[in-house]
Ligand binder design. Structure first.
Ligand code: NAD
Length: 319
């Protein structure tokens, strides 16, 4: 089976591409290798699979309607896994129009191309950001009051609604994943674990926004990939799944853990709470457990050790 994987040169996408090829799928990656972070890093993400005979890498923008329609009519993908996006909450406050353009406009181009080409199943990468500052401790997929507090979160919620409409009106099968802070080797350099490990390693201060009590549910990349693969094996008409680690820790606890693992004492720079950041995320993964058999297995301490091993290898290679 041939799968279109958008954003396949990115953090989650490159891991997923490797796993899909290992499972025997044919994979067409569409990625524009933009400079949100180093395009060279995205090239390197594909090092292990670039020459794979079942992989094609297409350098294109998902907003390019003609290119997308041409690609769909050539390949007739039965399955699309759409990960390409402007990710990141804080930059979306500086560039809301760009986020809207790529994350909503780009998603619509793909849904429409998929509909015209007779694609059966469309997977969409959404985010825990759609929950905003939801007062519930455990976040559930059927939460009725979704109020994102950043342009990024809103673009993801809009993408979910577009998917729902394409399901209802055109019968496209849809699986929406709400990822909860993925981390692991190749994590985007702007994300907390990656950025903090770099700062601690270089003996620099860590900016701590707010009082350090904000909480996040961190999910190791292999668990995210496993969740997506499990959904590929299932048959769903329209489902939304939280993919989380299933536990959450505070910012201070995270920083202490990173300091422990790096055997260094982090120094902190206290700053005001950042607009757009939510106070807490914690996924209820019982639906994914029940319908997919999803069970996150990598604890945070173990996952951070694996990140640090990768980080040191990459640092050594670049010196
Ligand atoms: N990493 C997380 O913790 C997390 C959490 C929730 C949701 N998500 C979502 O998961 C997806 C993947 O995230 P990631 O962390 O791997 O990010 P990433 O930035 O590493 O990957 C995204 C990829 O999409 C590509 N891309 C962006 N705009 C494009 C465009 N217009 N045309 C073609 N390609 C384009 C980028 O070049 C990049 O390689 C995103 O949709 C993101 O919003 C990620």
């Amino acid at each position: 089976m041939k799968i279109l994987l958008t954003g396949g040169a990115g953090f989650i996408g490159s891991h997923l591409a490797e796993a899909l090829l290992k499972k025997g799928y044919r994979v067409v990656i569409v990625d524009n290798f933009n400079d949100y972070y180093s395009p060279r890093r995205k090239e390197e993400n594909l090092n292990g699979i670039r020459d794979h005979r079942r992989l094609e890498v297409v350098r294109a923008d998902i907003r390019d309607r003609e290119r997308m329609e041409e690609l769909f009519s050539r390949h007739r993908f039965p399955v699309v896994i759409h990960l390409a996006a402007r990710a990141g909450v804080r930059p979306s406050l500086a560039q809301p129009l760009l986020y809207q353009d790529v994350n909503v406009g780009g998603t619509l181009v793909l849904l429409e191309s998929a509909r015209r080409a007779g694609t059966k199943t469309f997977f969409f990468a959404s985010s825990s950001s759609v929950y905003g500052n939801c007062p519930r401790i455990l976040l559930r997929e059927n939460e009725p009051d979704l109020r994102p507090i950043s342009p990024y979160g809103l673009t993801k919620l809009s993408g979910e609604h577009l998917c729902r409409i394409f399901h209802r009106q055109y019968g496209l099968r849809i699986v929406v994943f709400r990822f909860f802070t993925a981390y692991g080797p190749r994590q985007r350099p702007d994300m907390a674990i990656h950025a903090f490990i770099r700062l601690i390693s270089e003996g620099r201060e860590i900016p701590v926004f707010g009082d350090g009590t904000s909480r996040r549910d961190y999910t190791f990349i292999d668990d995210i990939v496993t969740g997506i693969l499990l959904a590929l094996d299932g048959e769903f008409d329209y489902e939304v799944f939280n993919l989380g680690g299933g536990h959450s820790i505070t910012l201070f606890e995270l920083i202490n853990l990173l300091g422990d693992k790096l055997a260094r004492t982090p120094t902190l720079k206290r700053l005001p709470f950042q607009p757009g950041d939510v106070m807490a995320t914690r996924a209820d993964v019982s639906k994914a457990r029940k319908l997919l058999g999803y069970r996150p297995v990598t604890g945070l301490a173990q996952g951070i050790e694996r990140f640090i091993t990768w980080f040191r290898e990459v640092e050594e290679e670049s010196t």
